[in-house]
Design a protein around this ligand. Structure first.
Ligand SMILES: [Zn+2]
Length: 486
């Protein structure tokens, strides 16, 4: 007996849903004439002003963001564009902006001697004051003719991308995958770093404890020499400052000097780590527009303490999250966000998902002086986006806690580098390949470095995995703060 069509269609949809089929429907572009039509993504969209369901976001063919608005209106305005309609099933967020990383070292596991007993970074770096120094991993520098360097750095960048970040600020990395931010010092840097920020590591000296020893013993104030960074007022300044316990005189002295300097108001300032900061410092930072770049896992793993997060939140200072590096920090931004939540809870404060999301997106971009280029979904910014499946609940939380299976796509500069197997390969930035341990395929990135899946896997065998945070440093917040609120 023939089945009436009106009954058959819903049945097929039902079967499709049961089989775990695509949460999105795809309509190819209408290729007519000379116009490059781009792609409209329909989803719940996380905007700086809040979450909006049923939106359309137009990714222009040149990698910029075009129209952002109600889905039908965007579609009507760009009728020839391809459409990836995931409304009701996915959230679209700007990719995370990881405001502080050391990409050249961030392939290495924590050392067996890593412990939270250090007072100042000079102790684990240099063995100052009788401390046991930690081994510094060999930096991996990208070389076009060295596939091992490309594979290790690609694994590092794919790990961050899978963890939600489309931008990493810090020296090193490789061109054309995640967006890298640092100062251009050498000719090759122009291909590697998409935008500039001055992420000079230590603004005062590489041996601050030694240099400040007399001053800290009650002697005359030490004069640090002139640094090259003093001449780069046109770009954001994002240095490590006060990386040591609040009880460290040297760390406190660094903070005091830096907070004098920011009062020049001559450039965008951020302060990385700032473990040795207090409420009075946050008041100055707020007044002079200094972003606190916070890496709670790395702080806790090395110093047994982190910033006064309750004080920082009370003060209203802008906070950006960052991973620091794999030897003591989170392996990616979602792990960092989870650690931030735990550290805040241990200090008796709740960190809502939208606040954490802001620390991971718009605030990171602001710290780098790049808020007019990236870190938000807004017409004219670059299309650095992550699309994650969302079955209900807080949409910010969905983006912050997504697993690799939830990642539908990740675009950097409008190029889809990660793509779920439920989405057509034609959306990807080149050939898409499956890699072990991660659900979405990697598109257009292995072949760009002359790597096959097999050679990639061979080169990265002893480095931090793309999708396994099991061996990262612990995020053990000390007890003794205010009782956690429920
Ligand atoms: Zn660092």
């Amino acid at each position: 007996m023939p089945c009436p069509r009106s009954r058959l269609v819903p049945l097929l949809l039902f079967l499709g849903a049961n089989a775990g089929a695509a949460p999105c429907s795809f309509t190819p572009a209408t290729l007519s004439g000379e116009r490059a039509p781009g792609l409209i993504v329909g989803a719940e969209v996380l905007l700086p002003e809040g979450s909006r369901a049923g939106q359309g976001v137009h990714i222009r063919f040149n990698g910029g963001l075009g129209l952002v608005g109600e889905f039908d209106a965007v579609r009507a305005a760009r009728p020839d564009a391809a459409v990836l309609d995931c409304r009701g099933a996915a959230v679209l967020s700007p990719g995370f902006v990881n405001a502080h990383e050391h990409p050249a070292y961030s392939y290495a596991f924590p050392d067996a001697h890593l412990n939270p007993g250090y007072v100042h970074r000079d102790e684990w770096r240099l063995g100052t004051d009788g401390a046991q120094p930690l081994p510094i991993p060999e930096p991996i520098v990208y070389a076009r003719d060295n596939p091992r360097s490309a594979a290790i750095l690609l694994a590092m960048e794919l790990r961050h991308l899978l963890g939600g970040a489309t931008t990493i600020a810090g020296p090193g990395g490789l061109p054309g995958v995640v967006r890298n931010i640092d100062r251009h010092d050498r000719p090759g840097d122009i291909e590697l770093y998409d935008y500039e920020a001055d992420v000079e590591v230590f603004p005062f000296s590489f041996q601050a404890v030694e240099d400040l020893r007399e001053e800290c013993a009650g002697g005359p104030a030490h004069q640090f020499g002139h640094r090259a960074a003093d001449d780069l007022a046109f770009m954001a300044y994002v240095p490590h400052v006060g990386e040591g316990r609040k009880a460290s005189c040297a760390a406190r002295a660094e903070v005091a000097r830096y907070l004098q300097r920011v009062q020049r108001r001559d450039r965008r300032y951020a302060l990385v780590h700032g473990v040795a900061t207090d409420r009075d410092d946050y008041a100055v930072m707020r007044e002079f527009d200094v972003t606190l770049v916070w890496s709670p896992r790395s702080n806790l793993a090395l110093y047994g303490e982190t910033v006064d997060i309750a004080g920082a939140l009370d003060s209203g200072v802008r906070i950006a999250l960052s991973t620091d590096w794999s030897p003591s920090g989170s392996f990616h931004m979602r792990e960092e966000a989870g650690c931030a939540r735990r550290a805040a809870s241990a200090a008796g404060v709740a960190l809502p998902a939208d606040a954490l999301w802001r620390m991971s997106t718009v605030h990171g971009a602001y710290a780098l002086g790049l808020e007019d280029r990236l870190g938000a979904i807004r017409p004219g910014l670059r299309a650095d986006l992550v699309l994650v499946a969302h079955a209900g609940g807080d949409p910010h939380d969905a983006v912050l806690t997504a697993t690799h299976r939830d990642v539908l796509a990740a675009w950097v500069d409008g190029r889809a580098l990660l793509l779920s197997e439920t989405l057509p390969e034609s959306l990807g930035a080149g050939r898409c390949v499956a890699l072990p341990g991660m659900a979405p395929r990697a598109c257009g990135v292995l072949s760009a470095f002359g790597l096959s899946p097999a050679t990639f896997i061979e080169h990265v065998a002893n480095t931090v995995p793309v999708n396994d945070a099991g061996r990262q440093a612990p995020c053990d917040a000390p007890t003794g703060g205010r009782a956690p609120s429920t």
